[in-house]
Design a protein around this ligand. Sequence first.
Ligand code: PLP
Length: 424
Amino acid sequence: PLSTYQLGLDYAKQQDQLDELSHYRNKFHIPKDKHGNEIIYLCGNSLGLQPKSTKEYINQELEDWANLGVEGHLEAKTPWLPYHEFLTEATAKLVGAKPIEVVIMNTLTTNLHLLMVSFYQPTKTKFKIVIESDAFPSDRYAVETQLRFHGFDPKDSLIEWTPKDGETLLNIDDLASILDTQGDEIALLLIGGVNYYTGQYLDLKKIAELGHQYGCKVGIDLAHGVGNIQPNLHDSGVDFAAWCTYKYMNSGPGSLGGIFVHERHAYDESLKRFAGWWSQNKDTRFDMRQPLDIIPGAEGWQLSNPPILSMAAIKASLELFSEVGMPALREKSIQLTGYMEYLILELQNEHISIITPKDPEQRGCQLSIQVKNADKSLHTKLSEANVITDWRTPDVIRCAPVPFYNSFEDVFKMVETLKTVLNA
Ligand SMILES: *Cc1c(COP(=O)(O)O)cnc(C)c1O
């Protein structure tokens, strides 16, 4: 609750002392300026910081490759052949799934396409796709090109779930109205679970229920959700989900993504898909002459033998997540983001408004701060003052205090800097 927060640096320092997770900051490399001062990094929503343990995990694979060559597939400390299996349990726990429902593979947009090959099966009468109007460009391009691939014009087949006039956030009632009028023609809902721009965390279960009521498949992009909120994917009932691991999952630039396919589809051999040798039953994969026999569950969507160096970084990160657990991270996250919100509101600056929902259940750690009449020079000035945030045109600063490595003091200093820059 907002009322328990207090102003002043002393309060921030006191909260850091009380914070049982504060020592985890030390397990990450915090970027420094050219004088060696730690910067205030609030950009974990774009690229998470590097765990200090990552180097060790990657070095182990380099060493095993140097010493073992091809034998590393079976003889490496963490054998490469089943390497992805060592990531399954922790990943499943993180997203609230069963192990058969998740796998780490490819990158996010690639995975969206592969999943649409299976779960976007349009007919002449049921072919439309719903996305949110503020969808991430890559998701929109993926959907538009899928529509065109099947011979549809996005003009008549791509439906946008838009906020009400004069509002910024999405309302589930409007999705219900879209389905009420066009549900018979809609084949797929593909929605960002936590919107990258506003930070709004949508009710996945309600979206799935609504979509299924009209016979639509429901897919969720969790790029801004995994490692940030607890999406309980299995219970939500969505058909599939995909995410990247370089944002809140701290697994390095361009690292591999993850997918979720609900258990109800795990053994469905009638699903269309694009396959490769890594989709094939592990017992016969290396016979090389067997007919395609797809692995049940999410693993059956894999194509290629995966990049181990990227998986090593994911393993390092997942081990930290398993050690702390999402419940503890989420608890701190709610505190820390609430504190940032409190300090920003206390500025009582009429140019500033927070477009992210006020309800902690409807957001993760990110706050999107709209600054009236601002331009990108505001972001530049913050950067020059050692505060790294993320600018989205026309006038929004996205700030993500990440519970793993950001402190109350970081948040305090960020808001002080914002105040100074705005008053200058
Ligand atoms: C970050 C992000 C992407 C990026 O996709 P890549 O394929 O990993 O480059 C796509 N969609 C959303 C919603 C994102 O937040």
